[in-house]
Design a protein around this ligand. Structure first.
Ligand code: ATP
Ligand code: MG
Length: 458
């Protein structure tokens, strides 16, 4: 190609793209046309399970190279057809942040991870050190420089991945829900950094449901809908963030009298280097939000409550009985825990089987499948679900066992308004029937909808 065409062509042009996963009856994406110019920030909106992540995967070559499946159509980078390029070749010009933050980390230590990425790009050692140092400061990870990655919270892992990716400075940044686990300060900082990158000529495509976050910073928007991609006016962004409908409130089946004992109580819990956690006293039907910045210990506290971790000091009671030293299997009959990463707790070979577990009444499993809108994919393998759908399924699987206390670790991220409303309604039914809910979330709209008691951590 003539050098002129390289500079005058759009950065990326997608024409007639279609993609079909193995085992799916039809294409997840078809007739996709998309043009990205250098130096713009483009938002990709669309419902849970609509195909947003699939589209990013098709651009980077992850689909079909890693996922399997059939891809057709054209992807042109500066006018050059890259459809036959390997993922490695594509990674010279584009970088992706995957939705599942744990699948993308390669080393065991924060500094190594940053340097590892840069060494792969043959930069001089002095430059690598300087770039890595700046990236740590940009993403507020200076204090964690020598930490093992396993010690980072999900939000900190997300910051580290973003630091690695942004340091490399590819022409095109593809970010799948980069704000999902970030605290408020982290969201603001990332928006600032991305805007700066775009001004310097890099192109950013990002997936996010809370579209109001992006008003005023994004140049264009697309919506993935009915298997294809349609342009959307930027002015529609705020309107497209449907506010959550008010939750239906039912009378409590378990009325709380002055003598009702707490279902869960803690005193003086501490673990590792965290400051002592606040004492909890949670009654049937209560909704409690654990709030705090990335890395303050919210997940750790949930793990202590579930029995996955043993406290260094302090005590835990369930229904008045001390359970501090009790094993997690015993405690799991009373306490259900939906983990931040749904991939860690889906083991069955179909969506339906995940809920129809031994000891679960079939009607209960059925009702949850319906409530969470999982009936249409009941025969699918959980692996074939989108990340948002996996979170709904993990919630359903835990609630099916009818725990008295349900712990949720940021599982509402990345849900479109309709799915989120279904999830919140399901949780409200659980608490109205006397279940106690303890959850973490950085999303203010969720706190407003559930009106929880707020406990500050850290
Ligand atoms: N590995 C897979 N095998 C088979 N089908 C899959 C696979 N991954 C995704 N799908 C299908 O593609 C659809 C879209 O998935 P995708 O992950 O692209 O959605 P998404 O828009 O990113 O959703 P979310 O907002 O929940 O992340 C799924 O609902 C499922 O039908
Ligand atoms: Mg996705």
């Amino acid at each position: 190609m003539a050098p002129d065409a390289m500079t005058t062509s759009p950065l990326l042009q997608v024409a007639n793209l279609a993609f079909t996963y193995i085992g799916q009856p039809g294409p997840t994406l078809h007739d996709v046309h998309l043009t990205l110019q250098a130096g713009e920030l483009v938002v990709l909106a669309g419902a849970t399970g609509s195909g947003k992540s699939t589209l990013l995967n098709c651009l980077t070559g992850i689909a079909p190279d890693h996922t399997g499946g059939r891809l057709s159509g054209q992807v042109l980078y500066r006018g050059q057809d890259i459809t036959a390029w390997s993922m490695r070749m594509r990674s010279q010009v584009m970088g992706i942040l995957l939705q599942n933050v744990e699948t993308q980390l390669f080393t065991d230590q924060v500094w190594e991870e940053l340097v590892f990425g840069l060494e792969n790009w043959n930069l001089p050692p002095g430059e690598i050190q300087a770039l890595a140092q700046t990236a740590l400061a940009d993403f507020d990870l200076v204090a964690q420089r020598h930490w093992p990655i396993a010690r980072l919270s999900a939000g900190q892992k997300q910051r580290l991945l973003l630091a690695c990716l942004l340091t490399r400075q590819p022409d095109l940044l593809l970010l799948d829900e980069p704000f999902a686990f970030l605290d408020t300060a982290g969201v603001k900082q990332l928006l600032r950094l991305l805007r700066r990158r775009v001004q310097r000529g890099q192109t950013v495509v990002l997936i996010e449901h809370r579209l109001e976050l992006l008003q005023g910073i994004c140049d264009r928007a697309y919506r993935v809908e009915a298997g294809t991609v349609c342009p959307m006016a930027v002015s529609e962004l705020a309107a497209a963030t449907v506010s959550l409908p008010p939750l239906t409130s039912r009378p409590r089946q378990v009325a709380r009298g002055p003598t009702t004992p707490p279902v869960l109580q803690t005193h003086g819990l501490s673990w590792g280097g965290y400051p002592a956690f606040p004492d909890l006293k949670v009654f049937p039907g209560d909704i409690v939000l654990l709030q705090g910045d990335n890395g303050c210990g919210k997940t750790t506290l949930l793990k202590l409550l579930s029995g996955l971790l043993k406290p260094s000091s302090g005590r835990i009671w369930l229904q008045g009985r001390e359970v501090t030293g009790q094993r997690v299997v015993q405690r799991s009959q009373t306490v259900g825990f939906v983990l931040q990463n749904p991939n860690h707790q889906l083991f069955a070979d179909s969506v339906a089987a995940e809920l129809h577990q031994p000891g679960v009444a079939p009607a209960q499993a059925q009702a949850l499948l319906q409530q969470l809108n999982l009936t249409p994919c009941r025969d699918q393998h959980p692996r074939a679900l989108s990340q948002g759908q996996k979170r709904q399924l993990a919630l359903g699987a835990v609630l099916a066992r009818q725990p008295q206390v349900c712990l949720l670790d940021e599982i509402m991220v990345g849900q479109d308004a309709t799915s989120l409303a279904l999830m919140l309604e399901t949780l409200k039914t659980f608490t109205d029937q006397g279940g106690a809910l303890i959850f973490t979330s950085h999303d203010g709209a969720i706190a407003t909808a559930l009106a929880p008691e707020i406990i500050a951590i850290g």
